[in-house]
Every structure is written in C-alpha cells, then in structure tokens.
Design a protein around this ligand. Structure first.
Ligand SMILES: C[S@@+](CC[C@H](N)C(=O)[O-])C[C@H]1O[C@@H](n2cnc3c(N)ncnc32)[C@H](O)[C@@H]1O
Length: 255
C-alpha cells in the first residue's frame, strides 16, 4: 500500500472517530435521518421500530438499502463491513424475523465507540443475533470461506485500493456466498483534484467508480455475475448516482 492510500485510510478513520466520538458535525452536508432511510427503501415498520428504541439517526449514513431484494434463510451468517451503528444488521433481523428466520450478523467497524453504541441499541431491541468486532475492513480477522452474505453500505468507496478490499471480502465469503454493496457511482472519471479531497473520500465521493470499472474490478478479483440495481442519479448533470451492486463468488450462489 502506498503512502497516499495509507493517508486516505487514516484520514477517513479520524473523520468518523470525530463524528462518532465527539459528535462533530460533518463538513459536508450528507443525507441522513429517518426520511432519508425511508427514501432508500427501509420499510416504515422497521424504521418505526428502531426509532422507538432510540436509534441515533445522526449516526446512520447508508448509501442504499442493500438487503431490500434479498431473502434471508434460517441461520444465514452475515458480515456487515463498515457497519457503523449496525443499521443493516438490525434490518436483517427484522426482515428475517417476519418469516420466523434467524440470521446472525457480525458488524465490523474501525471506530469502537459506534460499535458500543450499536450494542446498546441491540440490547434495547432485544436483538440476540448481532455481534460487534472492531477491525479494519481490509484486514478482516476471520478465516477463509465463512460468510453467506457480505454487506458493505457506504464503505466500499472509502478504500483507495479497490483490489485490496475486494480480495479480502472474497477471501472470507463462502464459495456460494453473495456480496451486496450500496455506494455512490460516477458516470465518468472524476478530475484528479478530487483525489486530494480527503473529506470527500470519507463521504464516498472521491473513491466512486464508473459502473464499467466496477464490473471489471469485480471480475478481476474473481467475482461473477455482477449486476447493478436501484441506480438513481443525484444531480442534473448525471455525474453521481447512488445504487446497489450484487455479486457472487461462484455460480452456485443461492441467496
Ligand atoms: C458512510 S459510513 C456507513 C456506515 C453504515 N454502513 C451505515 O449504513 O450507517 C462509513 C463507515 O465505515 C467505517 N470505516 C471507515 N474506514 C473503515 C475501515 N478501514 N474498515 C472498516 N470500517 C471503516 C466508518 O467508521 C463508518 O462507520
């Protein structure tokens, strides 16, 4: 990893530490909150439930609702990389619970404070299948071929070296597992000055790729059948879009 990559990862971590630890307001006005979550596809019943348990919506920063189109079978093991407070873990439990299923989700984030807050929320919600691990997503403390489903919501773009993070999630994904990622995408490569905008790395902008380069990078890292869903352009010029990417480790994936 070169010096710039390390500097970016350090800056992003520091950025979220300040938000989660010191309740510092982000320098960029980013969408967050209840209405935003509903607009991304989180059902009102779920949003009502976590709101009643006093989730801090100011610490929830999804780019999409990656589990929206996924049905969860009993005992499915989920890894939520860059989980923050764990919104998608709570959603997985809520969604699967409607069908009497019981998933287990491990949330991984680099900032311990947000994991502690998520764990307190899990206790208030009586959510028993949710666990918390403080680690770097690019060096996951898990063995190979463990998870049925890996979620990355608003964190893929944070990593300057996409091959490193993709190879790492590929390693821990089961052979029949699925990667499901929500993030920002761009219609054309961003001008070079964006790469030096450290805060824009934290907000998933500087690291955003075009759909074509996403497809190629996923393929080069071994993923198959990569497809986009729920792509929504965010500006009149159609430079940035928000969307979800699904990809399989092999063609026997069943989720
Ligand atoms: C845009 S937020 C998304 C949070 C969460 N997925 C959500 O939907 O609310 C990005 C998250 O990635 C975490 N993060 C940053 N760098 C990371 C790294 N190297 N490994 C794991 N998580 C990281 C941040 O602490 C933050 O919680």
């Amino acid at each position: 990893m070169d010096n710039l990559d390390n500097a970016i990862l350090r800056h992003v971590r520091f950025y979220y530490e300040r938000i989660y630890r010191e309740r510092q307001i982000p320098s960029v006005k980013v969408p967050a909150g209840v209405e935003f979550a509903v607009s991304l596809g989180y059902p009102e019943g779920f949003v009502y439930k976590v709101s009643k348990a006093d989730i801090n919506w100011e610490k929830v920063f999804p780019c999409g609702c990656p589990l929206k189109d996924i049905s969860l079978s009993d005992g499915v093991l989920i890894l939520n990389v860059g989980s923050g407070i764990g919104l998608d873990a709570f959603f997985a439990e809520w969604k699967a619970g409607l069908q009497g299923q019981c998933p287990v989700t491990i949330n991984v984030d680099v900032v311990p404070e947000v994991l502690i807050e998520g764990n307190q929320l899990a206790e208030r919600l009586n959510a028993t299948g949710i666990f918390w691990v403080c680690a770097n997503g690019a060096k996951l403390p898990f063995q190979d071929n463990v998870f049925d489903l890996i979620l990355m919501n608003g964190v893929f773009n944070i990593f300057p070296n996409k091959n490193t993070i993709l190879r790492e999630v590929y390693r821990v994904l089961k052979n029949d597992g699925i990667l499901c990622l929500a993030d920002l995408f761009v219609s054309k490569s961003l001008p070079p000055y964006f790469l030096k905008e450290m805060d824009a790395w934290a907000w998933c902008m500087s690291g955003a790729m075009t759909p074509d380069s996403v497809m190629n990078t996923f393929k080069n890292c071994g993923f198959q059948d990569t497809r986009f869903s729920h792509l929504v352009w965010l500006d009149k010029e159609k430079l940035f879009a928000r969307g979800v990417v699904y990809s399989r480790k092999s063609d026997s994936s069943t989720i």
